[in-house]
Design a protein around this ligand. Structure first.
Ligand SMILES: *Cc1c(COP(=O)(O)O)cnc(C)c1O
Length: 223
């Protein structure tokens, strides 16, 4: 059994995350992207695998021009036999170095910080008029949408939220993406930057909501 923890697996470092991901220790393999929630520069994706033999059996090619580097030794790892790349750079170095330099506790705190920011964003938006929290904060992500009273149709509301997200990105004060959940276009906020403060988060949300009111007022399809 494989689990795709590309985004979420690092929360297992925290107390809350360990509880949320209970059972993940039983999988046969787990992907994790240190270039996501372990704050590494692109790119360093990894897979943790319980039985190394499975990789070798899948990827080993042993062509004749590589016969001299066949280690022929079960104990040694030839990464060329563990994936689709033969020549590869030392991606693991940056992960190892930053763990050594900052320590696991710093990572734990930085991850907890991201989880907390999402919860704070949810609380803030629940108190902001004309906004709906569509999916509550979970693992540093939440989705919200602008839902002003008296807006005519779902299509109009969806269009407005799309425009709003575009405008936020265009102005450059935040990066939000959209997705569609059960027909609702929502904005997806991912709050895991370790340098973001609560104050900045509140400023950003207030600015998004101000912009929404401006766009909504100029909307061509009110009731
Ligand atoms: C990001 C992500 C991927 C893709 O990983 P890349 O490193 O961009 O190739 C796959 N699955 C999940 C759940 C992700 O979040």
């Amino acid at each position: 059994m494989h689990a795709d923890g590309a985004y979420g697996a690092p929360v297992a470092l925290t107390d809350k995350g360990r509880e949320l991901l209970r059972g993940i220790e039983r999988v046969d393999s787990l992907t994790m992207d240190p270039h996501k929630w372990l704050f590494q520069p692109y790119d360093v994706g990894c897979v943790l695998i319980r039985n190394r033999r499975h990789l070798r059996e899948t990827f080993s090619m042993a062509p004749e021009y590589l016969q001299d580097i066949d280690l022929g030794n079960e104990q040694q790892i030839n990464f060329g036999e563990c994936g689709i790349e033969l020549s590869r750079r030392f991606r693991a170095l940056k992960v190892w170095l930053s763990l050594k330099a900052f320590g696991a506790e710093s990572f734990r705190q930085a991850i907890d910080h991201g989880i907390m920011l999402a919860e704070q964003a949810e609380a803030f938006m629940r108190q902001t008029e004309d906004w709906e929290v569509v999916t509550p904060a979970q693992l540093g992500v939440l989705t919200i949408r602008y839902l002003p009273k008296g807006m005519a149709t779902l299509d109009t509301i969806n269009e407005l939220n799309k425009q709003l997200a575009e405008e936020v990105v265009h102005r450059g004060f935040a990066m939000v993406s959209t997705t569609t959940l059960k027909g609702k276009v929502v904005m997806r906020l991912c709050t895991i930057h370790p340098g973001t403060t609560t104050e900045e988060l509140h400023q950003i949300l207030a600015r998004i909501s101000g912009l929404a009111a401006e766009l909504g007022a100029s909307c061509t399809h009110p009731i």
